[in-house]
Design a protein around this ligand. Structure first.
Ligand code: NAG
Ligand code: NAG
Ligand code: NAG
Ligand code: NAG
Length: 956
């Protein structure tokens, strides 16, 4: 009910607000319309870069490698990733795609708070909701920490972005800056601290602005007493408690009632716009502090994973384990071991390993680990058994991999059987489009004929051409390949797995011709590309020739020619291009009347990330991430960010459909930091991929500056619109979430109010949680129909688990489909909000008389406890200090568990900072310092402090 009201309200808002001046109700979310204002996107990115760089600097100091980057506001994604990567001696090509993608997800979910929680005061610290706002932050931080603990980094990022929004808004919407504070309000991220000096409900806080000038509208009394307040905000009513400040701006009706005016610092044009940059800078520092709290709770390594600072890929296998698969399993094992053993300890070592077995009726469990040995053990433990009875649960296994793997992963599926769960095809397609992961199928023993042969009534275990088509379609939707080989030849085809596990692999060109026809294709090779490989799949009768930029040609009959080394296995031809003379315009000419595909990859830092976005007019938000497919005949806007070079100019971004061929040109609008909003108008129906062309003016790449890149995932416009209305992003174990959704028929990108029809609805989740959904929805009038999907989280679900729900709507003749993909994290309510405390037992000293500090040791002993209602100490680690830490447990006189820490270090490193973390992620800091004595008198002084204690003093 509440949701319905919100919807209606929002519709009204949009209509009303379209007519008004563009004034937002928080820092602007993504892009600044006021030339020089700082957005949530800027604040989030700056904070992430600073904290990541600081963590890398600490790791460098610990491990003894050089870190020379200056940490200031001029950091870029490239600079930080490069500085963080200089650990090894490797000269591998650097890719920032993962890091950029992670940052983008964080600023998109940050911006989404303005849409989803538009009318929630506490999500924006409006209306003096300080306790409510703090609860939003701390509950979110607990959820992030538990996701990270479960290594669910993707889910962690979604929540982290949202939490940052609320935290950042505090600095714009309260009078913290006006009170003269120069550092963040640390109590906002510490649930065990009291929020002090809040202006009470009846305390007046503002007076009228004079002639539109709000510079001195905060009451002097309030300021003198150092009382904290925030502005009231309402779109519809001017009601507010007497004497209270408003947010301000043309959307805020309360600001037109006495006291008139507002105090927001959302942008330079706001009521307190002259303090905008100060507020934004403090919001950056506050975000850095929040990230530091998470880093202390989860440790450096997991923190960097959460930030997405890994340039290596994941190794992800989905394997059929029925009887006939023993050769395939052995090969999957061989190739993965080879990759692991050759890359272990290098920067190309996969950042995670994922394994999903499937057969019939079972699939899973999914093993996801960052430990290569655990993966090896898991793949070693796979046995091929049972079988004969095709088909298998292939797509269910693939669904688990697609929701667990980071976006843009490459997933390899090994099978020799058709899918029993083919009804999941549309779900898998939705997950592929939403994750942009690439799925390549290694299909063994596909029958050449269209019909499965039957031998004495027993169906042989083999796949027909029709069965294989499902896999080909999914491969095509994702930009992967369907490789069909005999079991004997599989080991030659798995080279594609090794190719894809190289660092910084980019797609230069890809096309699928179906039905096939003879054609010529050209593509540009730039100077940044290395180790170029071309793949051509198709019938054995297919012939081709390839021509280099220098006019040299090699035909398909030459296995080792002037341009490339060619190997043919099953339907796959792999061309490894020679390193010489690569730059310039190449041509591939294919002669075949059967379906075929061509794919050209290489290694390069220069690549791009992209996300479909939609505009929001009005008070809340400018753009947000758009789930699902764009609407046929409508406009599609894509945010494109070029990675890997600060010297790139984007010339052209198009949507390309090879079957036409159709190419739709986008118009580009630069939005800073190498990003562009690309708008396509009247997008026709089709199977498009995004192509980008540009120039790189880097002098080091003088050879050839034009470049082209292509996205892997297909973009398929749809005439069906599926939108969801939910403000749940996390769910407690044992609870049921309801998701209301609307299905609409559209034409030319807008709802067709005269349309009627019945849509088939499917709702699937990757955890097999109980879920209800209507099986159909019928549009009777107005072009829209509404439904509700429920999802019940079992009470046994662990905090930090995440669940991905896909809601699909298909039209009656099954020619069109659209979907929404929603992720929820499971988060149990946290009741232990107190940080571990530390009591120093003893500290020994260092004598300064000695010249050789390295020959002397000092020692620090402390007792750490988590309080009576605490969840218990989980870990204690050295945050600063160069010594050895030992911990043991004891039971105190009151029966409380005590973690006894003893730290010893050389007198060259005379201070220590320990971080104690309890089971839900509360962090306590314990500091000790050896005090230099001059001999004779023994002085044992220890310096320890608890953030919790210290801060309550600071904020008094
Ligand atoms: C933009 O803002 C920055 C502070 O973030 C300031 O240093 C700079 O002078 C401003 N530029 C303009 C043109 O106002
Ligand atoms: C933010 O933190 C940095 C580093 O601690 C400091 O130099 C800077 O002055 C802080 N900015 C504000 C606005 O307090
Ligand atoms: C790329 O090519 C170079 C030289 O041809 C080779 O040494 C290197 O191992 C290749 N890198 C990868 C990841 O294949
Ligand atoms: C490379 O280019 C040089 C000069 O343009 C030419 O002589 C040579 O044949 C080319 N080699 C190949 C393999 O294309």
């Amino acid at each position: 009910m509440l949701l319905k009201i919100t919807q209606t309200v929002r519709m009204v808002v949009l209509v009303v607000l379209l007519l008004l001046v563009d004034h937002t109700h928080s820092f602007q979310p993504l892009f600044s319309s006021k030339g020089n204002s700082t957005t949530h996107r800027d604040i989030t990115q700056r904070a992430v870069l600073i904290k990541t760089a600081q963590v890398c600097r600490d790791i460098a100091a610990e491990e003894g490698w050089g870190f020379s980057l200056t940490i200031d506001d001029s950091l870029t994604v490239e600079k930080v990733q490069r500085a963080c990567s200089s650990t090894g001696t490797s000269t591998s090509v650097l890719s920032t795609v993962r890091y950029q993608t992670s940052i983008a997800i964080m600023y998109f979910t940050n911006a989404l708070v303005d849409v989803v929680f538009a009318l929630s005061e506490e999500h924006h610290f409006d209306d003096e909701t300080f306790t409510g706002g703090r609860d939003v932050i701390t509950a979110g931080v607990f959820a992030v920490k538990s996701s990270v603990k479960q290594e669910n980094y993707g889910a962690g990022r979604l929540v982290l972005g949202q939490v940052c929004h609320t935290l950042q808004d505090f600095y714009s919407h309260s009078n913290w800056v006006e009170l003269g504070n120069k550092s963040p309000y640390a109590a906002l991220i510490k649930p065990d601290q009291t929020l002090e000096n809040l202006a009470g409900p009846s305390v007046p806080t503002c007076r009228n602005c004079t002639d539109g000038n709000c510079e001195n509208n905060l009451l002097p009394d309030l300021q003198q007493q150092g009382l904290l307040t925030s502005g009231y905000f309402n779109l519809f009513s001017s009601e507010k408690p007497a004497g209270k400040c408003s947010h301000g701006g043309s959307f805020d009706k309360t600001s037109r009632k006495d006291p008139i005016g507002g105090i927001s610092k959302d942008d330079t044009g706001s009521s307190h716009g002259s303090l905008h940059h100060q507020a934004a800078d403090l919001a950056v520092n506050a975000t850095v502090e929040l990230l530091e709290d998470i880093r202390l709770a989860v440790g450096n390594k997991k923190f960097l994973q959460l930030m997405g600072l890994s340039q290596s890929t994941v190794l992800c296998f989905v394997i059929d384990t029925t009887g006939s698969m023993s050769d395939d399993i052995a090969e999957a094992k061989r190739v993965s071991f080879e990759i692991i053993d050759s890359k272990r300890g290098t920067q190309q070592e996969p950042s995670a390993y994922i394994l999903v077995p499937f057969n019939d009726p079972g699939f899973g469990p999914l093993v996801m680990t960052t430990n290569a040995d655990i993966f090896k053990d898991s793949i070693n433990a796979l046995t091929a058994s049972g079988g004969g009875d095709i088909p298998e649960m292939c797509l269910s296994g693939l669904q688990l991999a697609l929701t667990a793997a980071p976006s843009t992963s490459e997933i390899f599926v090994f099978t020799d059987a058709p899918a029993k769960d083919a009804h999941l095809k549309s779900t898998i397609t939705a997950l592929i489009e939403s994750s942009k992961s690439v799925v390549t199928f290694m299909l063994t023993d596909v029958l050449a004929s269209r019909r499965r042969r039957s031998l004495q009534g027993v169906r042989p275990r083999a796949m027909s051409q029709a069965d294989a088509q499902l896999y080909r379609d999914l491969a095509r939707a994702s930009g992967g390949q369907a490789i069909e080989v005999t079991k004997d030849d599989l080991s030659k085809a798995t080279t594609v797995i090794e190719d894809s596990s190289a660092s910084a692999v980019v797609t230069v060109f890809q096309v699928v011709s179906n039905p096939g026809k003879p054609d010529n294709f050209s593509f540009t090779v730039d100077g940044s590309l290395k180790n170029m490989t071309a793949y051509i799949t198709g019938k054995s009768s297919l012939t081709f020739s390839i021509t280099s930029a220098t006019g040299v040609t090699q035909s398909s009959s030459e296995s080792s020619g002037p341009l490339a080394t060619l190997t043919t296995t099953g339907n796959l031809r792999r061309l490894s291009l020679n390193a010489e003379n690569q730059t310039g315009l190449w041509e591939i000419s294919v002669n075949s009347n059967d379906p075929y595909s061509v794919k050209v990859i290489g290694q390069s830092s220069v690549n791009f990330i992209y996300n479909l976005v939609e505009a929001h007019e009005g008070a809340h938000g400018d753009y947000s991430l758009k789930e699902g497919r764009p609407l046929t005949g409508g406009n599609a806007t894509i945010l494109v960010t070029v990675t890997g070079s600060d010297t790139v100019t984007v010339k052209e971004v198009t949507l390309f459909d090879s079957s036409g061929p159709t190419e739709v040109n986008g118009t580009l609008q630069s939005v800073g930091s190498g990003s562009f909003l690309v708008t396509f108008t009247d997008v026709p129906a089709g199977d498009f991929v995004l192509r980008l062309k540009g120039e790189d003016s880097a002098t080091s790449r003088s050879t050839h500056s034009s470049f082209q890149r292509q996205a892997s995932t297909q973009i398929k416009p749809s005439s069906i619109s599926v939108t969801t209305q939910t403000n749940n992003t996390s769910a407690e174990p044992g609870s049921t979430i309801s998701v209301n959704f609307t299905v609409a028929a559209t034409s030319n990108g807008v709802v067709n109010e005269t349309a009627t029809g019945t849509f088939t609805i499917q709702a699937n989740n990757d955890r097999s949680y109980t879920s209800t959904s209507p099986s159909t929805l019928t549009i009777a009038s107005g072009g829209k129909a509404e439904g509700t999907v429920t999802l019940t989280v079992p009470s046994s679900a662990a905090s930090g688990t995440d669940v991905t729900l896909t809601i699909e709507a298909q039209n009656a003749d099954a020619t069109d489909i659209n979907y929404a993909v929603l992720r929820f994290s499971v988060a149990a309510k946290v009741t232990d909000t107190t940080s571990p405390t530390c009591q120093v037992v003893s500290t020994t000293n260092c004598t300064s008389s000695s010249s050789a500090c390295s020959s002397l040791q000092w020692m620090f002993v402390a007792n750490i406890t988590d309080g009576v209602n605490g969840t218990g100490i989980e870990s204690v680690s050295i945050n600063q200090g160069n010594g050895t830490l030992n911990t043991s447990t004891a039971v105190g006189m009151d029966g409380m568990n005590i973690t006894v820490v003893s730290y010893s270090a050389s007198c060259c490193s005379q201070s220590v900072r320990l971080a104690a973390v309890d089971n839900v992620g509360n962090v306590g800091i314990c500091e000790g310092k050896a005090v230099t004595s001059t001999g004779g008198r023994t002085l044992t002084v220890s310096h320890w402090l608890w953030i919790s204690v210290a801060l309550s003093i600071i904020w008094r």
